[in-house]
Design a protein around this ligand. Structure first.
Ligand SMILES: [Mg+2]
Length: 237
């Protein structure tokens, strides 16, 4: 990497930002909360039942769709013509009790100047339930989900365009927070500040290869494992 991502926020880098865009899963709550693993299990079970596969086969197919198409859902729609709403409801039938109110995060988001959005490859009901459990739902102006995206997930460029035009986001004056490195490629190309959320103890966490940052990730401005601390640091001018 020519230029290593920074880890401590420099307020001057964000002084022009008027629209703050947050992914949901493993971004607004950290990887170690392990909420997404419940969704992941539900998606595997869905594939297993739909195609009458063994669990391991279903999981391998699910991961290949996730890798190739951005979401399991997109792969299932393209290859098996499933009903997306039924899938989203089943995938997000999870227990949110692992998410606890995070007043420090809420206060840090509230203090950011301008609008705040959740931009997720999940659904609005899921984003609302998660953000409500964290006690931060009221801090957001809107939620752009996979339904609003016409089921075409990040990292597809058309989906970022759709989000930006719907909400009249001037991407040169915006910042994006995400846990998947590839989902920050388009934001950076559009002129957004890019912040990658990584798990605590990144080196010891088991993740898919494409989920981890690499030395080639020149499109990432900042890396942090603590969103609340990062956003609070932006205010310490
Ligand atoms: Mg995510």
């Amino acid at each position: 990497m020519d230029k290593k991502p920074k880890t401590s926020p420099e307020p001057a880098d964000f002084a022009h930002v008027r629209d703050w865009v947050f992914d949901l899963d493993n971004t607004l709550y950290p990887h170690h909360v392990d909420l997404f693993s419940q969704i992941d299990k539900n998606m595997t079970a869905y594939v297993q039942q739909l195609l009458q596969l063994e669990r391991d086969e279903a999981r391998a197919l699910q991961k290949s769709y996730y890798h190739e198409h951005g979401t399991t859902l997109q792969g299932l729609m393209l290859h098996h013509n499933i009903d997306p709403d039924d899938f989203l409801e089943k995938a997000h039938a999870i227990d949110y009790s692992a998410l606890l109110p995070h007043p420090e995060l809420g206060a840090a988001i509230k203090a950011l100047p301008g609008r705040k959005f959740i931009f997720t490859n999940g659904s609005v009901p899921h984003a609302e339930a998660a953000a409500r459990a964290l006690g931060i739902l009221d801090n957001f102006d809107d939620i752009f989900d996979i339904v609003a995206a016409g089921y075409l997930p990040k990292p597809a460029g058309a989906t970022y365009d759709k989000f930006a035009s719907l909400h009249r986001v001037d991407t040169k004056n915006a910042a994006m927070f995400e846990d998947l490195p590839r989902n920050l490629l388009v934001p950076r190309a559009l002129g957004m500040k890019t912040v990658l959320l990584v798990p605590r103890n990144l080196d010891t966490v088991v993740m898919e290869r494409w989920e981890k940052p690499t030395d080639e990730d020149d499109h990432i401005d900042y890396v942090t494992d603590d969103l609340a601390a990062f956003l609070t640091g932006l205010q310490a001018a």
